[in-house]
Design a protein. Structure first.
Length: 699
């Protein structure tokens, strides 16, 4: 009866408050001893907080962002604890949370930033919990529970510890905890399927493609397929019911392969069929076919069609393939393909060997620097005498072999003036004397006169020659791993090996042999497992030094040759070899006795001193080109270097390299790939800043 009277009284008070207008937004807390009845209709939330603070004796700190109205109706009296819980639920319904402070007060703030703050209070508290996962990964679990978290909550996956961190209200955390307990269950199983006729790798690729979800990538299905090549088996991991549906498919594919043809054609991607054929023949015990780089298929042409048949050894065509026959392997050079006639097991084994060998081979760039510094110095000083009688016949003379200007040819030319003009010997002596003077170096002087009834003459020759050279050569070449490569930059010089040019010979001839002169580099790199490179190297530098003698056409060649094997790390510079040579030569030709007389003896001798020094060093730098991007970077670097040289020679003029690439090849110059994270505009090729281009009037 009392409760009914209170209800009627509350209804009357509510009607009165509604009629008063301005008092409608005022909270109403009817007290009854220690218990209170809560009836709030559209009250300002700040006033509601103030009334609750007065009723519960608590201190609240209200965030400036707290605003709005609340409506709460209670048909029974509430204790202070119950009133506080209803107060917390009311605030949560309005997007607010209550956080205790160290001073004993309570802070009321919006729930949007609750995940970054401390835990709140009450049954509606906002807290954070870490869920440790055992069977599923953290990323997939986070994606599953993220839609269940409120807008103010957060979900973070920790892949390292395989856990999920969730920040939300306590009741929602309990629901998420129950959900994770039901999904974090290991229902996967393992099964091994051994194949009899098919290849494990081939069947695994088919299954991964079939099991892929729509729009997904192979390998993302409910069942994981892993091939085991050593036992030709497939390992299945996933839900037992899903694996049970897949097993009949595997058995059906393996059974169909049993009736397949015993002949298989394998097209190679990178390897050479001619080089691979002897290896496979040795594996199966077949007679090895001799490889021939110049072998070509026998071809018959008729009409408009062409027919080519590969030359196959007799042992490979002795009989038609039958089950159980020994494997037979042949190659088709026109398509770089191998033809295998064998059982299914042998075909699988050979296919796996071919797969491992048919890989893109790495390349090696070999850069060499050949530096040769030489310095030659020659000093000559000599005096030659000639005494003749009244009739011109020589009585005595001195002639030295180390002298560049011998006296005898000159004396012969002087004496030829006494011969008749039509005498052919006169012209020969004069030409010989002229050639001797033309070949003289330094100072040449002489004189003559009469002594009684006789004649005398002398020649003084003094010369000093200094020669220096600085030879710098940089050959470089690119080659495949374990493949020999050769580069030659030079000339082919004819060397006479024999001749017959005598008078009266009816068949005069001269035989010559051409020899390569220049810079020659032969190298075979071998990339080791640790990243080092073993170089089998032969470096040759040759040049023409001149003729052997003045009267002969035989050539003297300078040759520097180095042949060695060395190990160099990728990108390092190594000294392949060197030569430090110093030669000092001194020769003295003199008249015995007279040449030793002090002071006067210099008139009866000829001295020659030669000094030569040669410093030669060969530097080698190998670089491994592992990918197409490395090759493109190298090409762009070398292209830019040559292009810059043309720009330095002719500033303001378009380099001819760009012109040839654009007009002749109709392609873009090589450009280094962009660094990760850097994106270039599509269709643009940046070479570098171009100077103003000068064009001709007709262009």
């Amino acid at each position: 009866m009392k409760r009914s009277n209170r209800s009627v009284l509350a209804a009357v008070l509510g009607a009165v408050i509604a009629a008063q207008g301005p008092l409608a937004a005022t909270p109403v807390l009817a007290q009854s001893g220690e218990r209170q009845t809560l009836n709030v209709q559209g009250a300002d939330i700040r006033a509601f907080i103030q009334d609750v603070a007065r009723s519960t004796g608590r201190t609240f700190i209200v965030d400036p962002a707290v605003s709005g109205t609340v409506t709460v109706t209670s048909d029974r009296a509430l204790s202070r604890a119950q009133l506080f819980e209803v107060f917390l639920s009311t605030l949560r319904a309005n997007g607010l949370v209550v956080t205790p402070t160290s001073s004993g007060a309570w802070r009321i703030s919006p729930a949007q930033g609750a995940a970054q703050g401390p835990s709140t209070v009450g049954s509606e508290r906002f807290s954070t919990e870490v869920f440790q996962l055992r069977n599923i990964d953290a990323a997939s679990a986070a994606e599953t529970i993220r839609p269940l978290v409120g807008p103010q909550g957060q979900v973070l996956a920790n892949p390292g510890a395989n856990s999920v961190v969730v920040a939300d209200f306590a009741d929602n955390l309990a629901r998420i905890r129950s959900l994770i307990g039901r999904i974090d269950v290991d229902r996967t199983g393992f099964e091994v399927v051994t194949l009899q006729n098919s290849s494990a790798r081939e069947i695994a690729a088919v299954l991964q493609s079939v099991l892929a979800p729509p729009g997904g990538q192979p390998g993302q299905g409910m069942v994981t397929v892993t091939p085991v090549e050593s036992s030709n088996s497939i390992v299945l991991r996933g839900d037992p019911s899903a694996m049970a549906r897949i097993r009949p498919l595997i058995e059906d594919l393996d059974r169909r392969a049993e009736s397949a043809d015993d002949v298989k054609v394998i097209f190679l991607q990178h390897a050479n069929a001619e080089a691979l054929l002897p290896v496979l023949q040795q594996i199966v015990g077949q007679q090895v076919t001799a490889a021939s780089a110049n072998a070509t298929p026998a071809a018959t042409r008729g009409g408009s069609g062409e027919t080519a048949a590969a030359v196959v050894p007799a042992s490979t065509t002795a009989a038609a393939p039958v089950p159980g026959q020994r494997a037979t392997i042949a190659r088709f050079p026109g398509a770089n393909a191998l033809v295998i006639s064998a059982s299914a097991d042998t075909q699988r084994m050979l296919s796996e060997v071919i797969r491992q060998l048919d890989q893109r081979r790495q390349q090696v760039l070999i850069e060499a620097i050949v530096v040769e510094l030489s310095d030659n110095a020659v000093k000559e000083l000599g005096v030659q005498w000639l005494l003749a009688g009244e009739d011109g016949n020589p009585i005595g003379l001195t002639n030295y072999s180390n002298s560049a200007t011998p006296l005898v040819p000159i004396a012969g030319g002087v004496g030829s003036g006494q011969l008749e003009e039509d005498n052919p010997l006169r012209e020969q002596l004069q030409n010989l004397a002229l050639n001797t003077l033309l070949g003289a170096n330094g100072f040449v002087g002489g004189g003559g006169g009469s002594i009684g009834n006789g004649l005398f003459g002398f020649i003084i020759n003094a010369a000093k020659t200094d020669e220096g050279s600085n030879l710098l050569q940089t050959p470089s070449l690119m080659t495949l791993d374990n493949e020999e490569a050769t580069i030659l930059v030079g000339q082919e010089v004819p060397i006479t090996t024999g001749e017959t040019l005598l008078d009266g010979n009816s068949n005069p001839f001269r035989t010559t042999q051409r020899q390569d002169i220049g810079v020659k580099l032969i190298v075979r790199p071998q990339i080791n497992a640790g990243g080092s490179i073993t170089l089998f190297l032969r470096q040759e530098v040759s040049s023409i030094n001149g003729v052997l003698t003045n009267s002969a056409n035989d050539l003297v060649l300078n040759k520097r040759e180095l042949e060695t094997t060395l190990v160099v790390d990728d990108g390092d510079i190594a000294v392949a070899g060197g030569l430090l040579d110093q030669n000092d030569r001194m020769s003295v030709d003199k008249v015995p006795g007279l040449g030793d007389i002090p002071y006067v003896g210099a008139l009866f001798r000829s001295t020659s001193r030669q000094r030569g020094r040669t410093n030669l060093m060969v530097f080698i730098r190998p670089t491994i080109i592992r990918s197409p991007a490395d090759a493109q970077t190298l090409a762009a670097d070398r292209w830019g270097y040559m292009r810059q040289q043309q720009l330095n020679n002719a500033p303001g003029v378009e380099p001819s390299l760009d012109e040839m690439m654009r007009d002749y090849m109709r392609a873009q110059p090589p450009v280094a790939p962009e660094a990760p994270g850097v994106t270039a505009p599509v269709g643009e090729v940046v070479i570098g800043p171009l100077p103003p281009v000068q064009t001709s009037a007709g262009g």
